[in-house]
Design a protein around this ligand. Structure first.
Ligand code: NAP
Length: 290
């Protein structure tokens, strides 16, 4: 039997509704949750991510402060802008859309954000708190994956989870979150140095792909019945599309679907959850002020 397709869009709508209700309660107390979104340059993918975030904020009854800087903006200019937003009491969250142009240090920029406003959860203080299991903003994509698993009723307790990719924004935090006591998965984190990748992935009851390699997870890498979560978002050139490209995940969806128990599509799986979890983080940042 083909896998159950996990509908990330509908689960994300539920999460966004939760954010909307909590934002309405704040507005009733005179607080309008506000996220400052900074975009440097004009990368088309980044513009579309930022537009999606602003639309979601508006739909949740929150304010999006849209700040655009030219590609030529200097690091000093960006750092001083962040300093001002840190002090601005009407701004509850600050998000700098990545990647930044190469002449700006992402590390220095992320570290300049007040951890209390770090709704992306990328600041070293947030990362440290996450590792220690303390209260903090959890990065939106890994948190979205956990929420998808929970909402779908996939058992994580005692499950064997394999994460492909060790980036600071997806794979690494996911490996830590999956190993938390309340999730209780046994985690293996794979990367380009991993030997016999298929042998490892075939043991996974939960397989999470975050490599940025279109279709690299093939059906022969899957344990029958596994939950396969595809984080990958890859643009594939496709002249038949108006945009000139189509989106593909890291998983060979058609083949893996025949073997897995659950699978997320791309688009429509993890992507919508990322924005939804961001909405919750912004509400949470504003609730501190109540
Ligand atoms: P990244 O920084 O490019 O890191 C990719 C990771 O995958 C690295 O750790 C790399 O290993 C590993 N890797 C690459 N090829 C591999 C292979 N053949 N075998 C095993 N490991 C391999 O990736 P990222 O920023 O986490 O993004 C990953 C994907 O998720 C991208 O497609 C991105 O667009 C997508 N993404 C989606 C969302 C969403 O909201 N849905 C959010 C963020 C990212 P090494 O460390 O050894 O190089």
């Amino acid at each position: 039997m083909p896998a159950i397709i996990i509908d990330g869009r509908s689960i994300a709508l539920k999460v966004r509704e939760e954010a909307r209700v909590r934002a309405a309660a704040l507005r009733g107390r005179g607080i309008i949750p506000c996220l400052a979104v900074i975009l440097v340059g004009e990368d088309p993918a980044s513009i579309s991510y930022v537009t999606g975030k602003e639309k979601a904020l508006a739909e949740a009854g929150m304010e999006g402060r849209d700040i655009r800087l030219p590609e030529s903006a200097g690091e000093g200019e960006l750092l001083s802008l962040i300093g001002k937003l840190n002090e601005d009491k009407s701004v509850h969250g600050i998000l700098v859309q990545l990647p930044l142009p190469p002449h700006i240090s992402e590390d220095r920029v992320i570290t300049a954000i007040d951890p209390a406003k770090d709704v992306d959860g990328f600041h070293p203080v947030s990362v440290g708190n996450m590792v220690l299991g303390r209260r903090c903003f959890i990065p939106c994509t890994p948190n979205g994956v956990l929420r998808l698993l929970r909402e779908t009723g996939i058992n994580t307790q005692g499950s064997r989870a394999v994460v492909l990719g060790r980036s600071a924004i997806v794979g690494k935090p996911l490996s830590i979150l999956l190993a938390r006591r309340e999730v209780n998965a046994t985690v293996t984190l794979c990367h380009t140095g991993t030997k016999n990748l298929g042998e490892i992935t075939r043991q996974a009851e939960i397989l999470i792909a975050a490599c940025g390699k279109p279709g690299m997870v093939s059906a022969d890498m899957i344990k029958p019945g596994a939950a396969v979560i595809d984080v990958g978002v890859n643009r594939i050139s496709d002249p038949s599309k108006k945009s000139g490209f189509r989106l593909a995940g890291d998983v060979d969806f058609r083949a893996v679907r025949e073997k897995a128990g659950w699978i997320t599509p791309v688009p429509g799986g993890v992507g919508p959850m990322t924005i939804a979890m961001l909405m919750l983080n912004v509400v949470e940042a504003a609730e501190v002020w109540v």
